[in-house]
Design a binder for this molecule. Sequence first.
Ligand SMILES: Nc1ncnc2c1ncn2[C@@H]1O[C@H](COP(=O)(O)OP(=O)(O)OP(=O)(O)O)[C@@H](O)[C@H]1O
Length: 246
Amino acid sequence: MLLSCTDVRKTFGDHVVLDNLGLEVAEHEVVALIGASGSGKSTLLRCVNLLTGIDDGTIHLDGEEITDPKVNPDLVRQKIGLVFQSYNLFPHMTVLDNITLAPTRVHGKSATEARELAMQWLDRVGLADKAKAFPDGLSGGQQQRVAIVRALVNSPRLLLLDEVTSALDPELVGEVLSMIRDLKAEGMTMVLATHEMGFAKQVADRVVFLDAGRVLEQGPPAQVLGDPVEPRTRQFLARIIEAGRL
Ligand SMILES: Nc1ncnc2c1ncn2[C@@H]1O[C@H](COP(=O)(O)OP(=O)(O)OP(=O)(O)O)[C@@H](O)[C@H]1O
């Protein structure tokens, strides 16, 4: 397994957000996390990227226990890209500087190497002409693609995507989706949290339903989204259908 979360427990005060959660992700697999607001999807992604510490349990990446306090989080984050709903690009920096900042400042790459890599990626996603632009000169879809490139430039083993299409106007969702499909075709391992069941259906190999910080049900998208076993998954999907999101 590339990623193994075992008995992961995370609390905020007396609120148990991840409750002895187990999740395994194989190399090249794309896993979609679904579940009600507050079920712990974002928290799980943040714990995997070591942005949030866990109270108990372990997380292994490629056989290494990354939750071991002796592990350097910067080295782990080099192997795990995380992209947020709100892009989080630095507004005062150009697209190119946004992408090369972490590789040069944190991960020890030379400026030339980082620039070359960044330009290769921007070229691949059709944004090379935006390298010198500032984020506010880009559409939401372009900004999100830049944010994904920023995560990819370290050649991560695992890409975590937290609601990456949720802030976008519907007509811009397609370009981000198609980038993610291309990454899947190239064998990138991804875990994505989403409220968009169509997105999960289109890109995921496996859908994992989180309920109150636990994995309640998982399986192929057609099974979990089309014919779920657990009553709580059925209830959740019924609400999604009511909201017109399936
Ligand atoms: N830093 C924090 N301090 C206190 N509580 C937090 C913190 N971060 C998250 N929580 C709580 O943890 C719970 C799970 O939040 P999380 O964002 O992981 O859920 P989610 O499934 O991603 O929800 P959504 O679909 O709305 O993004 C929520 O009740 C949230 O209020």
